[in-house]
Design a protein around this ligand. Sequence first.
Ligand code: SF4
Ligand SMILES: [Zn+2]
Ligand SMILES: [Zn+2]
Length: 307
Amino acid sequence: MTCKKCQTEPVYVLQNHAPLCKQHYLHYFEKKVLKTIRTYKMLTKGDVLVSALSGGKDSMTCLYLLHQYCQKQNIPVKALAIDEGIEKYREQTLKDAATFCKTYKIPLTILSFKKMFGFTLDSYLKDHKMNPCTACGISRRYLINRGARELGATKVATGHNLDDEAQTLLMNQFKGNISLSAKLGPMTGALMHKQFVRRIKPLYFMTEKEVALYAILKEFPVTFVECPNAEGAFRLQLGEVLNTWEQKYPGTKQGIVNSFLEILPSLREQFKSTKQAIGTCESCGEPAAKIFCRTCELLEKIKVKKK
Ligand code: SF4
Ligand SMILES: [Zn+2]
Ligand SMILES: [Zn+2]
């Protein structure tokens, strides 16, 4: 078996069974990401981009490609990392993020739960019975939006890949949270709150395996550590199921995401109604579906506990 383009040793076989060598794999990957950015008009002149950087393979690959693209388009790029305070995990990924940003001369801002909220995720979970990923996700999304806006962003990029999206879609489906899927897609819709920064996901059509290979071939400083809270998480289990299906029935993940994209316009229309109207948190002024945003609700639980 040799690369279909140059007959040298392949590093990857595409879903259509075409083998690709390193050089042609990198080219395939970059071309597909570029097409996603252009097709969805993710960035335009005048934008200021903040890319969320966890220090993992996805966010590093995303930032690398966006940095290259934005340099040509004259769009400023900054990186934003969130330190949730997760022992034996975040310290290393933040180190990797800093190494990466230093190499490519990208300004990096780190916001921590401890400094912004007065707790680390680990300490919060010691005192409150809650799904770690729910508490983490709510507060991280909050800080990414707020941090990006304060850095002057008009767009915020995340490294979500095809696997992430397929998993989230199934999770919403299984839990009966279909309204949450209306907020997904390669680029969030025009949101109904001025404090929201529009999100873009340039790696939307790339599988996790493809992103991992790209990061390895480019020799990004990724340590590939797993968050200790991921073990046993619903998402991880769904990911394993999807991988099994993908192996048995190639194209499963792509099929889930493609079907979703077909119904996304009508989903967005349906959930534009008053039910989903976004207000302003009475405590912090950030967007909120209720009187208080979900992060302020978490903070309130801490105050009540301390009394
Ligand atoms: S696995 Fe869960 S707790 Fe760990 S970083 Fe991801 S969302 Fe946060
Ligand atoms: Zn080749
Ligand atoms: Zn709030």
